[in-house]
Design a protein around this ligand. Structure first.
Ligand code: AHR
Length: 625
């Protein structure tokens, strides 16, 4: 019989022990909190502001319904009961529970900014409804309350007609940003009407009963009120009860939210309690869909999704209900898209065209893109797309004004218009369907924030030379606004000269040459360029003048094209604020979804970063332009 040596005995023991550990390890793995709940791959923590308001109850329900479609998801809710300190603690608790992603609907967005910023360092964070300050989150999904206020004003003015009318605005808590934005939009749009007198009354707790009590207290002083604009459907319900009790049946009511729930706006319309409601969707469904994109690290997740608001009246109630009931279905025929594009300016524009052309191919969409280098030319391009009955028109407007007429023609022809990268200025925002692009104002803010971090005034103020893009273009206006907004908060930073460079290399080059001609002794500390192509033109001009770009004068620009990032690494540029041209996938997905009957957000804002000499290597890798 073979004698087992002490060494062999020890080896067997070792194998048995390590096998034991392995099995135990797996069991541990299996015992991870996430799996104590069965096969959930992802746990999403949801920090709700309260579970009291009907709007929030609808939000929670929509989150649950959408998540239930995905077995891999587990939701954990917390309720802050409108207490900011409790909400901060809730978020910390959810993080301690090791959630994979956070969805936060703030009770006070400004006060929650730091907590969200800290959480974002640990897990992806989706902010719903009320945006926190800055951009330290993965994605914001929410309504635009200012334009909701404007839409409500339009509904009120339709009811008032040309008759003299007295309007009572019933707002929720006066300290909430939502109320303030809705009020601001309402007042702005009402200012055009001289036949209307306004009065307002806040219902601080925002409840139906308090609204009823308040109006009952106002009693006879309501007798000459013609229309009530209530900031929510539940305030409207309270108001309607008081109005009925006071026998003031002549009073008409307009409100906001428009849910298909008991006592919701759609039911109040049906019952003739209100005349109109402006929808304010919760974004719950979108939050879960984007959460899955983030958790599966899918590309193209935007930074902001601004939801669409409809004005629902008794006349279009059933049409709207039809829209809600619609189930998306693949469009049978090939979608034909006409893109009114801007003629070549430089690296950004060609990358933008490539991204859109490639995405059209990927989505099997037939795309015809026509360049133009002036407004009249672009209008003719759009008209030609109408004549040839394209399914969808994409517009990259070279300038933002002058579009009312031809967009009206698109509307009449029943052809939806998607804005790509640049905006139009129109009195009726429904003249276009959706906007997909960057936040130009924030790009301008980022550029000036970098200037403040890079150079401090000495005895003399910091002298800045600005090279703007095309006059009248939305990026030009907004990049200037954002830059000056931050500059106005600082002392001793002056934009001493500003020139237009038309977003191209030569424009940047000649702007510098012209300045140097009138200022033989160079006296500029910082050059702020609205795009990289102009900045690279400026670099060439400076070199010819014997001025070291990035050293003798600092240069900050916007876009992030590869030639600019090369110049940044050479130290010829000092900061490049990204404006992503890769809009193709989101644009074509939006068009595809629209044609399959999906209701889309109003605006989709792309996610962008800032490049400086400290930016880590990984951010330069894998860039496609
Ligand atoms: O509209 C976006 C701007 O247009 C880009 O920043 C610029 O490079 C392009 O000309």
């Amino acid at each position: 019989m073979h004698k087992v040596s002490p060494l062999q005995r020890m080896l067997v023991v070792l194998v048995v022990i390590s096998l034991g550990f392995f099995v135990f390890g797996c069991m541990l793995m299996l015992q991870n909190p996430k799996d104590t709940e069965g096969a959930y791959a992802f746990v999403i923590g949801i920090s709700q502001a309260n579970q009291r308001e009907p709007w929030r109850l609808v939000l929670s329900r929509e989150l649950q319904i959408e998540a239930a479609k995905h077995e891999e998801l587990k939701l954990i809710f917390t309720d802050a009961a409108d207490d900011i300190e409790k909400q901060k603690a809730d978020i910390k608790r959810l993080l301690a529970y090791d959630v994979d992603l956070l969805i936060v609907s703030p009770c006070n967005a400004v006060a929650l900014t730091q907590t969200v910023r800290d959480a974002y360092r640990k897990v992806p964070v989706i902010v719903l409804d009320r945006v926190v300050d800055g951009y330290d989150y993965s994605l914001f999904i929410g309504p635009e309350n200012h334009s909701i206020g404007k839409q409500a004003a339009k509904a009120v003015l339709t009811l008032a007609g040309n008759e003299p009318a007295k309007v009572l605005e019933l707002s929720a808590s006066s300290s909430s940003l939502v109320s303030q934005d809705r009020h601001a939009g309402f007042i702005e749009a009402m200012s055009v009407a001289s036949n209307v007198t306004l009065m307002s009354a806040p219902v601080e707790d925002g409840t139906r009963d308090s609204a009823e009590d308040l109006l009952k207290e106002m009693g006879d002083s309501l007798a000459d009120v013609d229309i009530i604009f209530a900031h929510t459907d539940y305030l409207a319900l309270g108001a309607s009860k008081a109005v009925a009790a006071l026998g003031l049946d002549h009073i008409k009511i307009v409100s906001i939210d428009g849910f298909q729930i008991p006592d919701g706006g759609l039911e109040l319309l049906d019952r003739g309690v209100i005349e109109a409601t402006i929808t304010c969707p919760t974004g719950g469904k979108e939050a879960i869909q984007y959460a899955l994109d983030i958790l599966h690290e899918r590309r193209g997740v935007p930074k902001q999704v601004i939801l669409r608001n409809y004005t629902v009246t008794r006349e279009n109630l059933y049409q709207y209900k039809g829209l809600l009931a619609r189930t998306p279905s693949e469009s049978e025929k090939t979608i034909r898209v006409g893109h009114a594009q801007i003629a070549d300016e430089g690296g950004w524009r060609s990358a933008n065209k490539e991204s859109i052309a490639q995405a059209a191919k990927d989505f099997g969409i037939e795309l015809e893109s026509i360049d133009a280098s002036s407004l009249p030319e672009q209008i003719e391009v759009v008209r030609s797309f109408i004549e040839r009955a394209f399914d969808v028109i994409v517009l990259s407007p070279i300038v933002e004004s002058g579009w009312e007429g031809v967009l009206e023609e698109c509307k009449k022809a029943g052809i939806p218009v998607f804005l790509s990268d640049r905006k139009v200025m129109v009195s009726d925002e429904n003249l276009y369907y959706s906007f997909i692009g960057g936040d130009f104002t924030e790009e301008g803010r980022r550029a000036m924030r970098w200037v403040v971090s890079a150079i401090q005034p000495t005895l003399k103020p910091v002298r800045i030379l600005e090279i703007q893009g095309t006059a009248g273009a939305s990026p030009t206006k907004e990049r200037r606004q954002g830059f000056l907004e931050v500059l106005s908060l600082m002392k001793s930073y002056d934009v001493v000269a500003s020139a237009y460079g038309d977003y191209n290399f030569d424009g940047g080059f000649s702007a510098i040459k012209r300045y140097a001609e009138s200022h033989p002794r160079w006296d500029i500390d910082v050059i702020y360029c609205h795009n990289d192509d102009m900045a690279l033109g400026a670099v060439k001009a400076l070199k010819e003048l014997g001025i070291k770009p990035g050293v003798d004068v600092l240069i900050v620009s916007i876009d992030g094209i590869s030639s600019a990032l090369k110049a940044l690494r050479k130290g010829e540029l000092n900061c490049v604020v990204e404006c992503s041209p890769l809009l193709g996938p989101q644009l074509m997905k939006a068009i595809h979804d629209y044609m399959s009957g999906k209701d889309l957000p109003r605006r989709i804002i792309t996610d962008e970063i800032v490049f400086t000499s400290d930016t880590q290597e990984q951010y330069f890798r894998g860039r496609h332009y």
